[in-house]
Design a protein around this ligand. Structure first.
Ligand code: UDP
Length: 412
């Protein structure tokens, strides 16, 4: 649950908190609704869990609604997600009809809340059609895209665009992702909450318990990738990199830990692929975690020597931010939001192939001093750029701009 704003002063500075209160002043009492498609699993839910209580504490009447659907709906929206990230996927008409019908059903349930809201934030494609159903709206509607949509598969984007262009504004995580729109565009990268169970300091005992719990050897180097089991996160590529590096660092251990998200139907298949590929190697630990295993994720990140996030496409990659906050260098795929965080050779390394990842693993493990310097820089980089307080400030600025009807494109 959310912490009191004042507690953030210790991490971010008193003046930052005063500034937030000042910015929020004109928004006191307004009704804001966030809508997405899962309460657990994945970065969007992670952010909403943290940012909504703080918006409430600033006097904004913020609510969170989740749309639900049957398996065909999630099958459709997962395809949409993959197509926006560039997969050339055909989505059958029957699935698109299901998508629209599911939004109609959810609209009936949420109608009064959505009509009355001063501001509605619709996160990602799943609930995007809700706007077209709300003929009696009072407030401003914003589409918040968390996906790496820099090179979407055109036919799918063309279909989705119909629903999105009617919004009053849209928010994207990176300039590269923003698609031309007939409304103002805002660029707001996500953030992590330094006080959440996922990111707070943990006691030594709690951290060390993880070695025993997952049969890891504290005397040997550990690589960790935390991710939903999703092909865009390239878990198989991670195993390939680990195998190549192990030829030079035989004591290496790998942890691939992930859970599912209720709106992601492909996780089970990918997990099976990963298990098969790991081929009973006792030094590859594939962990299926429950959605509330925040402290476990926190501890796994803390016991790692290097964090991997070898994604082929990545909207932002909160797992990268989380690992960097724990002073770990990250070897990340040269994609999307990872590029914003991993400053090559400075806070970690960007790689395009398993071979590249293996080379960097080997380098860092043989150059411990550099590993530590990079880790410390990574933490400072997150402190300066990717904490929740910065994110909240940009949301507030964007709210003021939309409420006042600014027509400028603003990069916050
Ligand atoms: N996560 C988790 N448990 C898992 C896998 C992931 O708590 O087993 C969290 C992870 O710590 C991060 C979020 O889910 O906060 C994933 O966000 P990210 O932006 O990295 O990727 P997404 O899943 O949204 O593509």
């Amino acid at each position: 649950m959310g912490c009191k704003l004042d507690q953030y002063a210790e991490v971010a500075g008193r003046e930052v908190i005063d500034h937030l209160r000042q910015l929020a002043e004109p928004m006191k009492g307004i009704n804001v609704v966030h809508v997405n498609s899962t309460r657990e699993g994945g970065g969007v839910a992670e952010i909403l869990h943290r940012i909504i209580p703080l918006q409430q504490e600033l006097g904004i009447n913020a609510k969170w609604e989740v749309i639900t659907g049957d398996p065909e709906f999630y099958q459709c929206t997962k395809k949409m997600h993959n197509a926006l990230q560039g997969d050339r996927l055909y989505i059958p008409e029957t699935l698109l009809k299901q998508y629209e019908a599911t939004n109609r059903r959810n609209y009936e349930r949420l109608q009064s809340v959505l009509e009355a809201a001063d501001m509605v934030y619709i996160h990602d494609p799943q609930p995007a059609p809700l706007l077209s159903l709300c003929s009696n709206r009072k407030g401003k509607w914003i589409w918040r895209c968390h996906i790496d949509a820099s090179r979407p598969y055109r036919p799918v984007w063309k279909y989705l665009r119909r629903f999105v262009e009617g919004y009053d504004a849209s928010i994207w995580s990176l300039t590269d992702f923003a698609q031309p729109m007939p409304h103002p565009l805002y660029i707001i990268p996500p953030s992590i909450d330094p006080l959440s169970e996922k990111n707070m300091e943990l006691g030594k005992k709690e951290i060390e318990k993880i070695y025993e719990q997952y049969e890891l050897d504290p005397q040997r180097p550990i690589l960790v990738q935390i991710s939903r089991f999703d092909r865009f996160k390239d878990p198989v590529g991670v195993i390939q990199a680990y195998r190549m590096a192990k030829a030079f660092v035989p004591r290496l251990q790998l942890v691939l830990a992930g859970g599912g998200a209720t709106d992601d139907p492909e996780g089970k298949d990918v997990l099976i692929e990963v298990m098969d590929y790991s081929d009973d190697d006792p030094d590859i630990h594939v962990l299926l975690l429950p959605p509330d295993a925040h402290r476990t994720v926190n501890a796994l990140q803390r016991i790692s020597d290097i964090a991997l996030q070898k994604s082929l496409k990545e909207g932002f990659g909160l797992t990268v931010t989380e690992a960097m906050w724990k002073a770990k260098p990250v070897i990340g795929g040269n994609a999307g939001g990872i590029r914003l965080q991993v400053i090559n050779h400075h806070t970690g390394f960007l790689v395009d192939t398993p071979e590249g990842a293996a080379l960097r693993i080997r380098y860092l493990l043989k150059n411990r001093e550099n590993l530590e310097v990079m880790g410390r820089r990574a933490k400072e980089y997150v402190r300066e750029n990717f904490l929740l307080t910065r994110h909240l400030r940009e949301y507030l600025t964007q709210m003021v701009a939309v409420m006042r009807g600014s027509l400028e494109r603003i990069q916050l």
